[in-house]
Design a protein around this ligand. Structure first.
Ligand SMILES: [Zn+2]
Length: 417
C-alpha cells in the first residue's frame, strides 16, 4: 500500500485520493476473503454428508449411510454410494460483490452413474442473490425505502442490474409472515385491548412522480385512502403489542367484525383474562363488539359498581328522553363503553387512568403507518403494515431494527422449510 504522505496535513484532492484508495483496498481484501469462506463451507458440508474426507475411500461393505440428498435418477440416498464428481460454477450476488464463478461440489451416484441432487445449507437453487439482499430488503422496507431505492443500492453493490421484479417477489413472500400473525393463537391474553382505526393514503409504487418545474402545475397524486384497523394489547406490567390488524376500505361494522372475530377465535376472551376493550369511538365497532364481547363481559359488570351506574342512567333517561331525545340516545349508546371501566379490578383501573400509554401508542401507530405510503397492492400493504408493526415491537422491547429485520429472514425461511 503506497500513500502519498507528506510532512504536512493531506488536504483536498490528495486527501480524497488517499481515503478512496484505502476504501478500495479494504473492499478488495474483503472480496478476496469471501470466496474461500463460501467454498470451504460447501466442501465441509460434502465431507459431513459423505462421512469421509476428500480422497478417503468409500465404505462400500459397511451399513448404508442414509442422508437427505438423493440420486436424481435412481433415488438412492446411501452416501456410501456417492462419490465426488468435480464442481460446477455458479454465480452468486452477495453484499460484498457478485461472485461469477463460485465452485459448487458435485456428486455422482455409483449405482447408476447419474448426478446426486445436492442441497447445500448456504445456497438456494436457482437463486442469484444470497440472503444479504433479502435481509437488506427487509431492513430497508421497514424504513419505507422504495423498491427503486433498494434497486439502486444493490445494482451498485454487485456492479450489475437488479430487477424491480426480483425485489417485488421477495417483498410478496414476506406476506406469509404477516398472515401467520393473523392466525396464531394468542395464549398470553392481555387484560386490555384497544381497537383503533388508522387512516392512511396509499400510493402506487409504479406511479411515476415527475419533478416539479417552475410555472408548471404539480401533478396531482392519485392517492387512495384506506384504513388499518388495529387491535393493541396491553398487559399490567406495561408491555404492549399489536395483536392483529385488518386493512379495510372503511370502518364499517363488517370490517371491524372480521378483526374482532379473529381475535375471539385466537383466544382473546373474558374467560382467558380479557377485562377491558377500549375503542376509539367510531360507529361500526360498537356493534361488532356488542356482538362478540359485551354480552359475555356483562356478567362482570354486574358484580361491580357498574350496576348502580346503570340504574342512574335509566332514571336519567326517563327524565330527559322527551326533552332531549338525541342526547339521551347518544349517552345510552356510549354508556356501554364507559361502563366497561367499572368492570376492572382496582389495579388495572388505576393503571389505565394514570398511564398515557394508550395515547402514546396510538400516536406511534399513526406516525408509523403514515410513513407507509408507497405500496401498490393489497399484498404490498399487508407487508408494509407488518414491517411497521415489527419495527414498533422491536422498539418496545429494546431491540434494534437491524437485528430484528435480519432475524425475520430466518423466520421466513423456516416457514418455507
Ligand atoms: Zn443413482
Amino acid at each position: 500500500m503506497s500513500l502519498p504522505f507528506t510532512q504536512g496535513k493531506l488536504q483536498g484532492k490528495e486527501r480524497k485520493n488517499a481515503l478512496q484508495s484505502v476504501q478500495e483496498q479494504a473492499k478488495a481484501a474483503a472480496r478476496a476473503a469471501i470466496r474461500p469462506v463460501l467454498q470451504g463451507f460447501l466442501e465441509t458440508e460434502v465431507c459431513a454428508k459423505l462421512g469421509r474426507e476428500k480422497g478417503e475411500a468409500r465404505h462400500i461393505s459397511s451399513q448404508p449411510r442414509e442422508i437427505d440428498w438423493q440420486c436424481g435418477h435412481c433415488g438412492c440416498q446411501d452416501a456410501n454410494q456417492f462419490t465426488r464428481d468435480g464442481h460446477y460454477r455458479r454465480g452468486l450476488s452477495t453484499g460484498w460483490e457478485h461472485l461469477s464463478d463460485l465452485r459448487v461440489p458435485m456428486l455422482e451416484c455409483q449405482q447408476c452413474q447419474h448426478d446426486v441432487v445436492t442441497q447445500f445449507t448456504i445456497l438456494e437453487k436457482y437463486k442469484r442473490f444470497w440472503m444479504d439482499l433479502d435481509q437488506d430488503v427487509l431492513f430497508g422496507s421497514g424504513f419505507c425505502e422504495s423498491l427503486r431505492h433498494l434497486q439502486e443500492r444493490w445494482s451498485a453493490t454487485i456492479e450489475g442490474s437488479v430487477g424491480l421484479r426480483t425485489l417485488n417477489e421477495w417483498i410478496n413472500q414476506i406476506e406469509a409472515l404477516a398472515s401467520r400473525v393473523h392466525t396464531e393463537p394468542i395464549t398470553d391474553v392481555p387484560p386490555v385491548i384497544q381497537l383503533d382505526g388508522i387512516w392512511v393514503t396509499i400510493q402506487s409504487q409504479h406511479e411515476k412522480i415527475k419533478p416539479d418545474k417552475p410555472h408548471r402545475q404539480r401533478k396531482k397524486r392519485s392517492g387512495k385512502k384506506i384504513v388499518v384497523l388495529v387491535a393493541l394489547g396491553f398487559w399490567a406490567n406495561g408491555s404492549r403489542e399489536v395483536l392483529d390488524w385488518q386493512i379495510a376500505r372503511s370502518e364499517d361494522h363488517q370490517e371491524w367484525e372480521l378483526l374482532v372475530q379473529r381475535l375471539w377465535e385466537r383466544g382473546c376472551r373474558p374467560e382467558q383474562g380479557l377485562q377491558l376493550v377500549v375503542r376509539d369511538g367510531s360507529g361500526g365497532l360498537g356493534e361488532a363488539l356488542a356482538l362478540q364481547w359485551m354480552e359475555q363481559a356483562a356478567a362482570i359488570y354486574k358484580a361491580t359498581t357498574g350496576s348502580s351506574a346503570r340504574t342512574l342512567l335509566v332514571q336519567w333517561g326517563k327524565q330527559w328522553r322527551e326533552q332531549a331525545p338525541q342526547s339521551v340516545a347518544t349517552l345510552e349508546r356510549d354508556f356501554e363503553q364507559t361502563l366497561v371501566f367499572y368492570a376492572l379490578s382496582g389495579l388495572t383501573l388505576e393503571w389505565i387512568r394514570t398511564t398515557s400509554l394508550l395515547e402514546r401508542t396510538n400516536r406511534e401507530l399513526r406516525h408509523k403507518f403514515c410513513q407507509v405510503v408507497t405500496f401498490g397492492s393489497h399484498k404490498g400493504a399487508e407487508v408494509a403494515v407488518y414491517l411497521q408493526v415489527q419495527r414498533l415491537h422491536a422498539r418496545w422491547s429494546g431491540e434494534s431494527w437491524w437485528d430484528t429485520s435480519h432475524a425475520l429472514y430466518f423466520e421466513l425461511r423456516n416457514l418455507h422449510a
